[in-house]
Write a protein that binds this ligand. Structure first.
Ligand SMILES: C[S@@+](CC[C@H](N)C(=O)[O-])C[C@H]1O[C@@H](n2cnc3c(N)ncnc32)[C@H](O)[C@@H]1O
Length: 280
């Protein structure tokens, strides 16, 4: 046996030794588990896996961040669902760590891009149902999902003036996430509530759900969308809020909003809300 093979064998044996056979949640060793419970993610994720192609979406998430989350909440070969799949951050993440996945996405254009990325990167391509998640979720077998990882479309802010230019109304890029007319924050929360209500039956008992959500500063005030969404989802019987992970995204460009007159925050973090489906 050559030296490298010997070393690899030793590492594998050591890993196995630290793996608790009672672990029903994932394939992590104790040390990996300890690291995975950190409430801040500050790792820098590369712009890889056809980032340029996926950036046409504008709200895409790093597949490797999704992979890291999936590895915390599933074992190999388990099933992951993203009912708001976009260009497939979650689905690509699942392929990268040998999990299975299924997606739902309203806009066929984003599904086409996801499929192209899989082709170009030679990745396992998972099915994506095209349509409204509220309806399509009914087609997914109850209890068949081990982990639900998703990223909500943002509250449409078009009617609010951007703080950068108080005199000119600007269209938010985020409006392209769906083509509905202007939506109030309450309407947005109520739509999110019905999506998560309809998703609940798909998740197995004691399965986890992780939801990406960024806060916003618009119309001269801070909108704590993560807190609003956490409260709204917690109102749905069966979902218990377990954590709020902060993803520190150092790739975000900084702007000097407000300078030199007022303090306006540069939002370089997003929240990842963690829920567990528990007995009602
Ligand atoms: C924030 S993006 C998700 C981006 C994704 N994480 C990625 O990496 O590409 C939210 C997606 O939800 C889709 N969407 C919005 N409302 C929907 C609905 N009711 N049913 C299904 N998809 C919806 C939007 O078209 C958008 O692509």
């Amino acid at each position: 046996m050559n030296k490298k093979v010997q070393v690899d064998k030793k590492v594998k044996e050591k890993k196995k030794a630290n793996y608790d056979e009672r672990n029903k949640l994932n394939n992590l060793t104790g040390a990996e588990w300890q690291y995975a419970t950190k409430t801040v993610i500050s790792k820098i994720y590369p712009s890889n896996l056809q980032h340029k192609l996926r950036s046409q979406h504008g709200g895409q998430k790093p597949p490797e961040l999704c992979k890291d989350l999936i590895k915390i909440f599933t074992k190999e070969d388990q099933m992951v669902l993203d009912p708001l799949a976009g260009v497939g951050g979650t689905l690509i993440g699942a392929a990268l760590c040998n999990r299975n996945a299924i997606g739902i996405e309203l806009n066929q254009k984003w599904i086409d891009i996801y499929e192209e990325v899989c082709h170009l990167e030679n990745l396992n391509r998972f099915p994506v149902l095209c349509g409204d998640a509220k309806e399509k979720l009914k087609e997914i077998e109850s209890g068949s999902i081990d982990f639900l990882l998703t990223d909500v479309p943002y509250w449409i802010m078009d009617q609010l003036t951007h703080t950068r230019s108080d005199t000119t109304e600007r269209k938010s890029n985020l409006s392209k996430f769906n083509d509905k007319d202007l939506q109030s924050k309450d309407e947005w929360l109520s739509e999110m509530k019905s999506i998560f209500e309809n998703a609940r039956h798909t998740l197995k008992q004691n399965g986890y759900m992780a939801v990406f959500i960024g806060d916003m500063y618009r119309g001269k005030e801070y909108h704590f969308l993560s807190a609003d969404l956490a409260r709204t989802i917690s109102e749905i019987p069966g979902y218990v809020l377990k954590s709020d992970i902060i993803w520190h995204d150092d790739s975000k460009m900084l702007h000097i909003y407000g300078y030199p007159f007022a303090y306006i925050p540069s939002l370089i973090h997003q929240h990842i809300l963690i829920f567990r489906k528990e007995k009602i």
